[in-house]
Design a protein around this ligand. Structure first.
Ligand code: GSH
Length: 296
Protein backbone atom coordinates (compact mmCIF):
# COMPACT_ATOMS: atom_id res chain seq x y z
CA UNK A 1 0.00 0.00 0.00
CA UNK A 2 2.87 2.39 0.72
CA UNK A 3 3.83 2.42 -3.01
CA UNK A 4 0.57 4.07 -3.97
CA UNK A 5 0.87 7.53 -5.49
CA UNK A 6 -0.90 9.76 -2.99
CA UNK A 7 -3.69 12.07 -4.03
CA UNK A 8 -5.59 14.44 -1.80
CA UNK A 9 -8.89 15.35 -3.44
CA UNK A 10 -9.53 19.10 -3.53
CA UNK A 11 -12.57 20.49 -1.69
CA UNK A 12 -14.50 20.72 -4.95
CA UNK A 13 -13.89 18.46 -7.94
CA UNK A 14 -13.14 20.20 -11.23
CA UNK A 15 -13.10 18.75 -14.73
CA UNK A 16 -9.62 18.12 -16.15
CA UNK A 17 -10.43 17.75 -19.85
CA UNK A 18 -6.93 16.62 -20.68
CA UNK A 19 -6.71 13.86 -18.09
CA UNK A 20 -5.10 11.55 -20.67
CA UNK A 21 -7.47 8.63 -20.21
CA UNK A 22 -8.52 6.57 -23.20
CA UNK A 23 -12.04 8.00 -23.19
CA UNK A 24 -11.05 11.60 -22.39
CA UNK A 25 -12.49 12.84 -25.69
CA UNK A 26 -16.02 11.55 -24.92
CA UNK A 27 -16.28 11.53 -21.12
CA UNK A 28 -17.99 14.61 -19.69
CA UNK A 29 -19.49 15.50 -16.30
CA UNK A 30 -22.61 16.96 -17.93
CA UNK A 31 -25.53 15.41 -19.80
CA UNK A 32 -27.33 16.67 -22.89
CA UNK A 33 -26.40 17.14 -26.50
CA UNK A 34 -23.26 18.82 -27.83
CA UNK A 35 -24.49 19.38 -31.37
CA UNK A 36 -27.59 19.37 -33.53
CA UNK A 37 -27.98 16.17 -35.55
CA UNK A 38 -31.10 14.38 -36.67
CA UNK A 39 -31.10 10.59 -36.59
CA UNK A 40 -31.70 8.73 -39.85
CA UNK A 41 -34.94 6.76 -40.15
CA UNK A 42 -35.43 3.72 -42.38
CA UNK A 43 -38.50 1.85 -43.57
CA UNK A 44 -38.63 -0.85 -40.90
CA UNK A 45 -40.92 -0.69 -37.85
CA UNK A 46 -38.00 -0.71 -35.41
CA UNK A 47 -35.13 1.76 -35.58
CA UNK A 48 -32.03 0.78 -33.64
CA UNK A 49 -29.17 3.21 -32.99
CA UNK A 50 -26.23 1.20 -31.74
CA UNK A 51 -22.73 -0.24 -31.95
CA UNK A 52 -21.62 -3.88 -31.49
CA UNK A 53 -20.28 -3.54 -27.96
CA UNK A 54 -21.64 -6.17 -25.53
CA UNK A 55 -24.55 -3.86 -24.64
CA UNK A 56 -25.35 -3.32 -28.30
CA UNK A 57 -25.06 -7.02 -29.22
CA UNK A 58 -27.75 -7.95 -26.69
CA UNK A 59 -30.35 -6.12 -28.77
CA UNK A 60 -29.25 -7.23 -32.24
CA UNK A 61 -29.18 -10.85 -31.03
CA UNK A 62 -32.69 -10.44 -29.60
CA UNK A 63 -34.00 -8.95 -32.84
CA UNK A 64 -32.42 -11.69 -34.94
CA UNK A 65 -33.85 -14.33 -32.59
CA UNK A 66 -37.33 -12.79 -32.91
CA UNK A 67 -37.03 -12.73 -36.70
CA UNK A 68 -35.87 -16.36 -36.65
CA UNK A 69 -39.10 -17.21 -34.78
CA UNK A 70 -41.05 -15.56 -37.60
CA UNK A 71 -41.96 -12.23 -35.94
CA UNK A 72 -42.03 -9.96 -38.99
CA UNK A 73 -42.78 -6.99 -36.73
CA UNK A 74 -39.24 -7.29 -35.39
CA UNK A 75 -37.77 -6.10 -38.71
CA UNK A 76 -35.31 -3.36 -37.98
CA UNK A 77 -32.97 -0.77 -39.37
CA UNK A 78 -29.73 -0.78 -37.36
CA UNK A 79 -27.89 2.53 -37.64
CA UNK A 80 -24.30 2.87 -36.58
CA UNK A 81 -23.50 5.16 -33.67
CA UNK A 82 -19.75 5.77 -33.46
CA UNK A 83 -19.37 6.50 -29.76
CA UNK A 84 -15.67 7.35 -30.00
CA UNK A 85 -16.64 10.13 -32.44
CA UNK A 86 -19.32 11.46 -30.07
CA UNK A 87 -22.40 10.46 -32.13
CA UNK A 88 -24.22 9.72 -28.85
CA UNK A 89 -24.21 13.44 -28.07
CA UNK A 90 -26.12 14.48 -31.19
CA UNK A 91 -29.52 16.09 -30.45
CA UNK A 92 -31.47 13.33 -32.21
CA UNK A 93 -29.75 10.56 -30.26
CA UNK A 94 -30.20 12.36 -26.94
CA UNK A 95 -33.92 12.66 -27.71
CA UNK A 96 -34.09 8.85 -27.90
CA UNK A 97 -31.70 8.22 -25.01
CA UNK A 98 -31.14 11.12 -22.58
CA UNK A 99 -28.32 9.03 -21.08
CA UNK A 100 -26.27 9.28 -24.33
CA UNK A 101 -25.31 5.62 -24.50
CA UNK A 102 -25.96 2.90 -27.04
CA UNK A 103 -28.18 0.94 -27.56
CA UNK A 104 -31.29 3.05 -28.16
CA UNK A 105 -34.48 1.88 -29.86
CA UNK A 106 -37.35 3.73 -31.49
CA UNK A 107 -40.46 1.65 -32.08
CA UNK A 108 -42.26 3.30 -34.99
CA UNK A 109 -44.84 0.54 -35.49
CA UNK A 110 -47.68 2.42 -33.79
CA UNK A 111 -49.30 5.83 -34.20
CA UNK A 112 -46.78 7.48 -31.89
CA UNK A 113 -43.13 6.41 -31.81
CA UNK A 114 -42.01 4.85 -28.53
CA UNK A 115 -38.44 5.38 -27.37
CA UNK A 116 -36.70 2.70 -25.30
CA UNK A 117 -33.25 2.99 -23.78
CA UNK A 118 -31.11 0.81 -21.48
CA UNK A 119 -30.36 -2.59 -22.99
CA UNK A 120 -32.21 -4.51 -20.26
CA UNK A 121 -35.29 -2.38 -20.74
CA UNK A 122 -35.10 -2.88 -24.52
CA UNK A 123 -34.89 -6.68 -24.12
CA UNK A 124 -37.87 -6.69 -21.77
CA UNK A 125 -39.86 -4.37 -24.07
CA UNK A 126 -39.26 -6.61 -27.07
CA UNK A 127 -39.92 -9.80 -25.10
CA UNK A 128 -43.29 -8.44 -23.94
CA UNK A 129 -44.20 -6.99 -27.33
CA UNK A 130 -43.64 -10.30 -29.13
CA UNK A 131 -44.37 -12.70 -26.27
CA UNK A 132 -41.02 -14.45 -26.66
CA UNK A 133 -37.95 -15.35 -24.61
CA UNK A 134 -39.76 -14.41 -21.39
CA UNK A 135 -41.32 -17.32 -19.50
CA UNK A 136 -45.02 -17.03 -18.65
CA UNK A 137 -45.03 -19.09 -15.48
CA UNK A 138 -44.43 -16.76 -12.49
CA UNK A 139 -41.52 -18.63 -10.90
CA UNK A 140 -39.48 -18.98 -14.10
CA UNK A 141 -40.36 -15.46 -15.15
CA UNK A 142 -39.10 -14.14 -11.79
CA UNK A 143 -35.90 -16.15 -12.22
CA UNK A 144 -35.47 -14.71 -15.71
CA UNK A 145 -35.96 -11.13 -14.51
CA UNK A 146 -33.62 -11.70 -11.57
CA UNK A 147 -30.80 -12.76 -13.90
CA UNK A 148 -31.59 -9.94 -16.29
CA UNK A 149 -31.29 -7.40 -13.48
CA UNK A 150 -28.25 -9.26 -12.14
CA UNK A 151 -26.54 -8.59 -15.44
CA UNK A 152 -27.46 -4.90 -15.46
CA UNK A 153 -26.10 -4.47 -11.94
CA UNK A 154 -23.03 -6.69 -12.30
CA UNK A 155 -21.52 -5.89 -15.70
CA UNK A 156 -20.48 -2.34 -14.72
CA UNK A 157 -18.03 -3.96 -12.26
CA UNK A 158 -16.71 -6.10 -15.09
CA UNK A 159 -16.56 -3.37 -17.75
CA UNK A 160 -16.24 -0.09 -15.89
CA UNK A 161 -14.28 -1.69 -13.06
CA UNK A 162 -12.11 -4.64 -14.11
CA UNK A 163 -11.90 -3.91 -17.84
CA UNK A 164 -11.19 -0.25 -17.32
CA UNK A 165 -8.38 -0.69 -14.83
CA UNK A 166 -6.87 -3.86 -16.37
CA UNK A 167 -6.94 -2.79 -20.01
CA UNK A 168 -7.57 0.94 -20.40
CA UNK A 169 -6.39 3.04 -17.44
CA UNK A 170 -3.22 5.02 -18.22
CA UNK A 171 -1.38 3.31 -15.34
CA UNK A 172 -1.80 -0.17 -13.85
CA UNK A 173 -3.11 0.37 -10.33
CA UNK A 174 -2.69 -2.85 -8.34
CA UNK A 175 -5.36 -1.99 -5.79
CA UNK A 176 -8.00 -1.33 -8.46
CA UNK A 177 -7.09 -4.38 -10.58
CA UNK A 178 -7.16 -6.64 -7.52
CA UNK A 179 -10.46 -5.29 -6.32
CA UNK A 180 -12.22 -5.73 -9.65
CA UNK A 181 -10.50 -8.99 -10.67
CA UNK A 182 -11.79 -10.47 -7.41
CA UNK A 183 -15.32 -9.25 -8.11
CA UNK A 184 -15.21 -10.45 -11.74
CA UNK A 185 -14.09 -13.92 -10.69
CA UNK A 186 -16.80 -13.98 -8.05
CA UNK A 187 -19.38 -13.12 -10.72
CA UNK A 188 -18.05 -15.87 -13.02
CA UNK A 189 -18.41 -18.28 -10.12
CA UNK A 190 -21.99 -17.12 -9.49
CA UNK A 191 -22.80 -17.91 -13.11
CA UNK A 192 -20.88 -21.18 -13.06
CA UNK A 193 -22.78 -22.47 -10.05
CA UNK A 194 -26.12 -21.49 -11.53
CA UNK A 195 -25.26 -23.13 -14.85
CA UNK A 196 -24.24 -26.31 -13.02
CA UNK A 197 -27.87 -26.63 -11.91
CA UNK A 198 -29.66 -25.31 -14.95
CA UNK A 199 -29.13 -25.48 -18.71
CA UNK A 200 -29.88 -21.78 -19.13
CA UNK A 201 -30.01 -19.02 -16.55
CA UNK A 202 -33.75 -18.97 -15.97
CA UNK A 203 -34.26 -22.72 -16.36
CA UNK A 204 -34.39 -25.22 -19.22
CA UNK A 205 -35.11 -22.57 -21.87
CA UNK A 206 -33.08 -19.78 -23.45
CA UNK A 207 -34.47 -16.37 -22.42
CA UNK A 208 -33.67 -12.65 -22.38
CA UNK A 209 -31.55 -13.36 -19.30
CA UNK A 210 -29.12 -15.40 -21.44
CA UNK A 211 -29.33 -12.82 -24.22
CA UNK A 212 -28.28 -10.11 -21.74
CA UNK A 213 -25.53 -12.04 -19.98
CA UNK A 214 -23.88 -13.83 -22.93
CA UNK A 215 -22.38 -10.83 -24.76
CA UNK A 216 -20.45 -9.83 -21.61
CA UNK A 217 -19.65 -13.06 -19.77
CA UNK A 218 -19.52 -15.31 -22.83
CA UNK A 219 -17.02 -12.93 -24.44
CA UNK A 220 -15.04 -12.84 -21.20
CA UNK A 221 -15.10 -16.64 -20.98
CA UNK A 222 -13.66 -16.87 -24.50
CA UNK A 223 -10.95 -14.30 -23.75
CA UNK A 224 -12.44 -11.93 -26.33
CA UNK A 225 -12.58 -8.84 -24.12
CA UNK A 226 -9.75 -7.13 -22.24
CA UNK A 227 -7.30 -9.95 -23.21
CA UNK A 228 -7.92 -11.26 -19.73
CA UNK A 229 -8.66 -14.96 -20.33
CA UNK A 230 -5.43 -16.27 -18.86
CA UNK A 231 -5.30 -13.68 -16.07
CA UNK A 232 -8.77 -14.66 -14.83
CA UNK A 233 -8.35 -18.39 -15.65
CA UNK A 234 -11.65 -18.37 -17.47
CA UNK A 235 -11.29 -21.99 -18.65
CA UNK A 236 -11.92 -23.09 -15.07
CA UNK A 237 -15.56 -22.04 -15.28
CA UNK A 238 -16.67 -25.20 -17.08
CA UNK A 239 -20.42 -24.61 -16.94
CA UNK A 240 -19.99 -21.06 -18.22
CA UNK A 241 -17.89 -22.49 -21.08
CA UNK A 242 -20.59 -25.03 -21.96
CA UNK A 243 -23.34 -22.38 -21.94
CA UNK A 244 -21.20 -19.88 -23.89
CA UNK A 245 -20.60 -22.37 -26.68
CA UNK A 246 -24.24 -23.45 -26.87
CA UNK A 247 -25.37 -19.85 -27.33
CA UNK A 248 -22.56 -19.00 -29.76
CA UNK A 249 -23.75 -21.85 -32.02
CA UNK A 250 -27.20 -20.27 -32.54
CA UNK A 251 -27.52 -18.84 -36.08
CA UNK A 252 -29.40 -15.76 -34.84
CA UNK A 253 -26.58 -15.05 -32.39
CA UNK A 254 -24.03 -15.38 -35.17
CA UNK A 255 -25.97 -12.85 -37.23
CA UNK A 256 -26.73 -10.51 -34.34
CA UNK A 257 -23.12 -10.13 -33.29
CA UNK A 258 -22.15 -8.85 -36.76
CA UNK A 259 -24.58 -5.95 -36.78
CA UNK A 260 -23.05 -2.49 -36.17
CA UNK A 261 -19.64 -4.12 -35.71
CA UNK A 262 -16.71 -1.96 -36.80
CA UNK A 263 -13.75 -4.10 -35.82
CA UNK A 264 -12.53 -7.65 -36.38
CA UNK A 265 -12.83 -9.75 -39.53
CA UNK A 266 -14.39 -7.75 -42.39
CA UNK A 267 -16.81 -10.63 -43.07
CA UNK A 268 -18.07 -10.25 -39.46
CA UNK A 269 -18.76 -6.54 -39.80
CA UNK A 270 -22.17 -5.38 -40.99
CA UNK A 271 -21.97 -1.67 -40.29
CA UNK A 272 -25.66 -1.06 -40.94
CA UNK A 273 -28.46 -3.55 -41.28
CA UNK A 274 -31.64 -2.71 -43.13
CA UNK A 275 -32.94 -6.13 -44.12
CA UNK A 276 -32.05 -9.79 -43.82
CA UNK A 277 -30.27 -9.84 -47.20
CA UNK A 278 -27.63 -7.43 -45.89
CA UNK A 279 -25.79 -10.29 -44.15
CA UNK A 280 -25.09 -11.80 -47.56
CA UNK A 281 -24.45 -8.62 -49.49
CA UNK A 282 -23.17 -5.83 -47.29
CA UNK A 283 -20.58 -7.08 -44.83
CA UNK A 284 -17.28 -5.21 -44.98
CA UNK A 285 -15.47 -7.92 -46.99
CA UNK A 286 -17.96 -7.13 -49.78
CA UNK A 287 -17.62 -3.41 -49.15
CA UNK A 288 -13.85 -3.70 -49.46
CA UNK A 289 -14.33 -5.48 -52.76
CA UNK A 290 -16.30 -2.42 -53.86
CA UNK A 291 -19.74 -4.05 -53.76
CA UNK A 292 -21.18 -2.16 -50.84
CA UNK A 293 -23.03 1.08 -51.28
CA UNK A 294 -23.70 3.27 -48.26
CA UNK A 295 -27.30 3.04 -47.12
CA UNK A 296 -29.34 5.90 -45.74
N1 GSH B 1 -26.62 0.45 -18.84
C1 GSH B 1 -26.50 0.80 -20.24
C2 GSH B 1 -25.05 0.92 -20.58
C3 GSH B 1 -24.84 1.35 -22.00
C4 GSH B 1 -23.39 1.72 -22.26
O1 GSH B 1 -22.58 1.82 -21.34
N2 GSH B 1 -23.07 1.95 -23.54
C5 GSH B 1 -21.71 2.35 -23.90
C6 GSH B 1 -21.13 1.38 -24.91
S1 GSH B 1 -21.10 -0.26 -24.27
C7 GSH B 1 -21.75 3.73 -24.51
O2 GSH B 1 -22.63 4.05 -25.27
N3 GSH B 1 -20.78 4.56 -24.17
C8 GSH B 1 -20.65 5.88 -24.70
C9 GSH B 1 -20.38 6.90 -23.65
O3 GSH B 1 -20.24 6.54 -22.47
O4 GSH B 1 -20.29 8.08 -24.00
C10 GSH B 1 -27.18 -0.26 -21.09
O5 GSH B 1 -27.12 -1.44 -20.71
O6 GSH B 1 -27.79 0.07 -22.12
Amino acid sequence: MSDFPSYTPPKVWTWDKENGGRFANINRPIAGSTHEKELPVGRQPLQLYSLATPNGVKVTVMLEELLALGHRGAEYDAWLIRIMDGDQFGSGFVAVNPNSKIPALLDRSGATPIRVFESGSILFYLAEKFGAFLPADPATRAECMSWLFWQMGSAPYLGGGFGHFYAYAPTKIEYAINRFAMETKRQLDVLDRRLAQSEYLAGPHYTIADIAVWPWYGALAKGLIYEAGEFLEVQEYKNVQRWTEAIAARPAVQRGRKVNRISGEPSDQLHERHDAGDFEKKTQDKAEAGENIAVG
